[in-house]
Design a protein around this ligand. Structure first.
Ligand SMILES: [Fe+2]
Ligand SMILES: [Fe+2]
Length: 498
């Protein structure tokens, strides 16, 4: 497990590297850092190599202690702390010998390989008593891997709750079937009025096919790699549609019981899936024709993802499920809207149209799902409020959070970072969606709630500003050492992460 550390010495970046095995416990890793940061000084001239352990002057020791901190999987999390000290010998060459030790929650200590940083005139900064920041970045591997025996093991096995809906709420949702027929099914578009992928692709039966493909490739030639990675990630998310239909059919009271159930909920689920199916289909074919992405790597990622499924923590509960889908459809509306805008900026107007059409579908679907939750707020305000609060406490996981291409253990986190950096889908969007739903459902004005319901109301109404504040603070943090990652989707080319 690689653990990398960076010493920030008042502007000079001194990379170091340690290896160790922190303890993993139920989806998280705990560290405790303690030890001694030792500064050596000697009278030799700057730039001349010398063994620090034989420094002419006695070393200065300063203890530091970092309280226990938790690294959530599978994100890359950085923790940093700082200390100030002065060296005893001014205008001399000095070095830093960190003695780092981690301690897991269960007090299993791990000694880190000591590393002596090279002496450098830059260390003279210390002489002025500037603070030294020691940052630690830990990258966690996934908990479960596909086994080489060929038996596929899901990549994440969180503790999962099931069938949490109360009997009276199950009756409420069942009683809304006729209402859904009148109010939700109209959000579907008749097939004959829907666009189809072929409307926006070169016509293979036409003599002009090859010419049209060449035009498409010329338009796509200027799409940068980071744009392509985000678009591929969005396309893969759409292509895992079997998972989402399965997810809808886990909901008690609304599932399609037979596969061709005539209930409004059943009709909606099938027709929604059929509309969504066009999204991945069109993006996949378009990206294939551009010749810009590694299609086999993309196809492997889709197969892995559908095999892994998703864990949205909706507990078979349609109250939770429809809060999730309301949020998620708006997130995809925002993301596709941004890829449309960016495609136009990069000179691919056809791709802009495609992404725009998909975004419009997502908007329509968002309106339908939001209307269901709006109705739940009307007939069962306490139940709807508790569901909204519960989903936001658990945080909305993206549908493709178990994404894997057979190579990159942090593929989803890396893809998300590129989406954040390119402004396609960001932490600010998360806060905006939350705020939009709070307003859409008039959450602040809901009354007649239980004490738990009022608590949930308070939580969701104050969450968006808190998310924004955290994001602002993250932006204000000192710039980290530039980092790159390779993506199999673009033939293992490197992309800037930050
Ligand atoms: Fe979609
Ligand atoms: Fe969607």
């Amino acid at each position: 497990m690689p653990i990398s550390a960076t010493y920030n010495t008042g502007g000079a970046q001194m990379p170091g590297r340690w290896r160790g095995v922190p303890r993993q416990e139920s989806g998280a890793v705990w560290f405790q850092m303690r030890g001694m940061l030792t500064v050596f000084s000697c009278s030799k001239a700057p730039g001349i190599e010398f063994p620090l352990l034989h420094a002419a002057k006695p070393p200065i020791h300063r203890p530091y202690r970092k309280p226990k901190f938790r690294v959530a999987r599978p994100e890359t999390v950085e923790s940093s702390f700082a200390m100030s000290f002065k060296v005893c010998c001014l205008n001399s060459t000095i070095g830093v010998k960190p003695l780092l030790q981690t301690r897991s929650a269960s007090a299993v200590g791990i000694a880190w390989r000591q590393q002596v940083l090279n002496c450098s005139p830059q260390f003279q900064n210390f002489a002025s008593g500037k603070s030294v920041t020691v940052a630690m970045t830990a990258t966690m591997p996934p908990k479960a891997e596909p086994r080489s025996s060929g038996i596929y093991v899901p990549r994440e096995t969180n503790k999962q709750s099931a069938h949490s809906i109360l009997p009276e709420r199950l009756e409420i949702i069942k009683s809304l079937d006729a209402w859904a027929g009148d109010n939700i099914l109209p959000y579907l578009k008749p097939v004959e009025k829907c666009w189809q992928p072929q409307d926006h692709l070169p016509e293979p039966s036409s003599e002009a096919f090859y010419e049209e493909v060449m035009e498409l490739r010329a338009r796509a030639a200027n799409l940068p790699d980071d744009y392509l990675v985000v678009l591929v990630g969005d396309m893969i998310t759409e292509e895992a549609l079997p998972t989402y239909q399965s997810m809808l059919n886990t909901f008690d009271g609304t599932r399609d019981e037979t596969g061709a159930s005539p209930t409004s909920w059943g009709v909606w689920t099938r027709a929604w899936t059929a509309e969504e199916n066009r999204h991945g289909d069109l993006l996949n074919k378009y990206l294939y024709l551009t010749g810009r992405v590694n299609m086999k790597a993309v196809e492997k990622t889709i197969q892995y993802l559908i095999g892994s499924g998703m864990d949205p923590k909706t507990e078979n509960n349609p109250y939770l499920g429809f809060v999730y889908t309301s949020f998620q459809e708006r997130a995809t509306f925002i993301s596709h809207g941004n890829t449309a805008r960016q495609a136009k900026e990069f000179g691919d107007s056809k791709l802009a149209t495609i992404c725009g059409l998909i975004a419009a579908d997502e908007r329509r679907h968002e309106n339908a799902y939001s209307k269901i939750v709006e109705k739940l707020f009307e007939v069962d305000p306490d139940g709807a409020m508790l569901a909204f609060g519960d989903m936001m406490k658990k945080k909305i996981t993206m549908p493709a959070h178990l994404m894997y291409d057979g190579i990159d253990q942090n593929l989803f986190a890396n893809f998300s970072m590129v989406a954040q950096r390119t402004g396609t889908y960001t932490a600010t969007d998360y806060a905006d969606i939350l705020e939009h739903l709070v307003n859409r459902w008039n959450v602040a004005k809901v009354d007649g709630l239980s004490p738990e319901g009022r608590q949930a109301q308070e939580f969701v109404c104050t969450l968006a500003p808190r998310v924004r504040k955290l994001e602002e603070r993250a932006q204000l943090k000192p710039k980290r050492t530039p980092k790159t990652e390779t993506f199999s989707w673009v033939f293992d080319r490197e992309l800037q992460m930050w």
